[in-house]
Design a binder for this molecule. Structure first.
Ligand code: CP
Length: 320
């Protein structure tokens, strides 16, 4: 692959390869000298047409820790605001001869469109309701670490049940995670209010639930998602109070899950709506901050692996 556009395009061995490659960066990032020169002389453009805290900052830190020159383009300050089309913006970025472009866009398929117009690897940092592949990879890496800490191998999620709960209809995180977790062997349950449950969940091989207590019963992992009100158009949305009553992860509800069940959230969190603070901050159960930590390592692995050909190193399929 030249690009990283979707988990749906990756085989299980390629996912595992990226997780394995990220481990060295987890180690380095935990040490004192957080720097490598592997990408020295390369230019990475982060083109974000939508807001971000975690993804933008972690891609920037990832590129800098690998020695690349990293520049960020925020749509709000760019000529997109003057009416420039996405394709013209892509051609403009390409003319500056970057070695990788990281894109976040509110339209599904926008990253694939840009990838078609440029000469360098493109990494999807979230496109509309389609995919957020590096989020699913960092979630798998964080889960692997948590499972290892609990005595499992962490390389095979067979036998593990993961419940993804929230605004699944608008969630690229849910879609990428369903694909990634299943590729790793996990059983995936999906829980959402009826209006926010996509019709294709069963076709994806996941089990849909509208009752959160039933969805949590015996689950090993509860992955919570926020209500993406910015993407809603006419769906019935419960008030935050109603939503918390029906779908909020409280300590009492978490007791229905497996003992030691792991709590995840990709962020940004709405505390007191989809998750209570005592659950989100639980040292024993929540791996939310570990997810953020793993985000830097995964993005370092993705940037390093996808720029191998440009650096004269064998393509990553060879190593997978
Ligand atoms: N999880 C995630 O994509 O967060 P940001 O929107 O802050 O990048």
């Amino acid at each position: 692959h030249r690009d990283l556009l979707a988990i749906g395009k990756l085989e299980r061995h390629e996912i595992l390869f990226l997780l394995d490659e990220a481990e060295q960066w987890v180690e380095m990032n935990r040490g004192a000298a957080k720097h490598s020169d592997l990408l020295a002389g390369l230019t990475v453009i982060n083109a974000f047409f939508e807001n971000s805290t975690r993804t933008l900052l972690s891609f920037e830190i990832a590129g800098k820790r690998l020695g690349a020159d990293v520049v960020n383009m925020h749509a709000a300050q760019s000529s997109v605001k003057k009416g420039e089309t996405l394709i013209d913006t892509a051609i403009t970025l390409n003319a500056m001869r970057p070695d990788a472009i990281v894109i976040r866009h509110s339209s599904s398929g926008a990253t694939a469109l840009i990838a078609d117009k440029v000469d360098c690897p493109v990494l999807n940092a979230g496109d509309g309701q389609h995919e957020h592949p590096t989020q699913a990879l960092l979630d798998a890496l964080a889960l692997r670490h948590a499972l290892k800490a609990r005595g499992h191998s962490g390389d095979d999620f067979t036998g593990l049940t993961v419940t993804i709960c929230g605004d699944v209809l608008h969630s690229r995180v849910a879609r990428s995670n369903i694909l990634c977790l299943q590729a790793m062997g996990a059983t995936v349950r999906v829980c959402a209010p009826p209006a926010l449950m996509p019709s294709h969940i069963e076709a994806m091989g996941a089990k849909p639930f509208t009752d959160f207590d039933r969805a949590l019963d015996g689950t090993d992992v509860a992955m919570m998602l926020r209500l993406q009100t910015e993407r809603m158009s006419g769906q019935f949305v419960p008030s935050p109070r109603e939503y918390h009553h029906l779908y909020g992860l409280t300590a009492k509800r978490l007791a229905k899950a497996a003992p030691d069940a792991i709590v995840m959230h990709p962020g940004p969190m709405n505390r007191g709506v989809e998750i209570d603070s005592d659950v989100a901050d639980s040292i024993d159960r929540s791996i939310i901050t570990a997810q953020v930590e793993m985000g830097v390592a995964i993005r370092m692995a993705c940037l390093e692996v996808l720029t191998r050909r440009r650096r004269g190193v064998e393509g990553w399929e060879k190593g997978a």
